[in-house]
Design a protein around this ligand. Structure first.
Ligand code: IPD
Ligand code: CA
Ligand code: CA
Length: 276
């Protein structure tokens, strides 16, 4: 637990919501319009003017209220030093590919780590007017209504979600085998296209579990706080302690955690899914 008094955590949460809403205004204003889209380096890793403009608005809010805090933002990188007690972690547009195709599964994600502990999370999809927020010890809400994870406890009854990183064509560790195997064992596996929303959908009980590799801290931090506060569980694939910088996450309602972990570890990799 971070040792901050509840009042201070609430204030930090309010500012995180303000910042996410400021980014959301930018996503909303460019929604459905012709965008200036580029690839960042890898095929399919897109960036638009919206990513950068949304990030600028989010940063303005955080810097106005907390000029001394450190910030890690996807488009601007790290600002501040590693000994800072506070680290804001920001993805201004999580789900850029969806957004660029006018598929309304994209969000602003704002998270805050205090003394090494994920403490505040806000994920906002302005296109669908859904705002998730949570802070350590204060619970999780969707549009101010408390949320909780599902109680599904068998893989055979579950609906899961996963994703495929931009390096999927360059590595055999591309999650294709896991996707096929879990599709076989469950009622279905969705590919949402926004890691932060994937986590929020598990937190809301719409989905029962999520796994993915190749992720960055800004894809995950906001959604992690929300999922944990909604009663969910996160770990590495093998159930060991989650590391925000490892790129890999297993996130579930808790009831399915060990079954999904076992399935990931036991996935057969023999089938030819290389498409070469
Ligand atoms: C991506 C999304 C996607 C995940 C990718 C991420 P971006 O973030 O979260 O769901 O599969 O690995 O990079 O590029 O849209 O911010
Ligand atoms: Ca992202
Ligand atoms: Ca992004």
């Amino acid at each position: 637990m971070s040792n901050l008094p509840t009042e201070q955590i609430s204030k930090l949460l309010d500012i995180a919501i303000l910042a996410a809403r400021a980014g959301g205004v930018v996503l909303d204003s460019y929604w459905g319009k012709q965008l200036n889209i580029r690839e960042k380096g890898r095929a399919g890793d897109l960036i638009t003017e919206v990513d950068q403009k949304a990030e600028a608005e989010i940063l303005k809010v955080i810097k106005r209220h907390y000029p001394d805090h450190a910030i890690l933002a996807e488009e601007s990188g790290i600002m501040g030093t590693s000994d800072n007690q506070y680290l804001w972690v920001i993805d201004p547009l999580d789900g850029t590919t969806n957004y660029a195709h006018s598929y309304p599964q994209a969000a602003v994600s704002v998270g805050l780590i205090v003394s090494g502990i994920p403490t505040v999370g806000v994920v906002y999809n302005p296109m669908l007017k859904e705002l998730w927020s949570a802070a350590q010890g204060l619970g999780a809400t969707l549009n101010n209504i408390p949320i909780q994870v599902s109680t599904t406890d068998k893989l055979g009854n579950s609906l899961l979600v996963t994703g495929f990183a931009y390096d999927r064509r360059e590595t055999e560790d591309n999650n294709y085998s896991e996707f096929c195997y879990l599709t076989h064992l469950t009622q279905g596996v969705r590919r949402g296209g926004s890691a932060s929303l994937d986590l929020c959908h598990v937190a809301t009980g719409r989905l029962d579990g999520y796994w993915e590799r190749g992720l960055k801290p800004w894809d995950l931090l906001g959604g992690i706080v929300i999922l944990k506060e909604a009663g969910g569980k996160i770990s590495a694939y093998d159930g060991s302690e989650f590391d925000l910088y490892s790129g890999r996450i297993l996130a579930t309602n808790g009831y399915l955690h060990s079954a999904l972990s076992q399935a990931l570890l036991n996935t057969p990799h023999g089938a030819d899914l290389s498409f070469k």
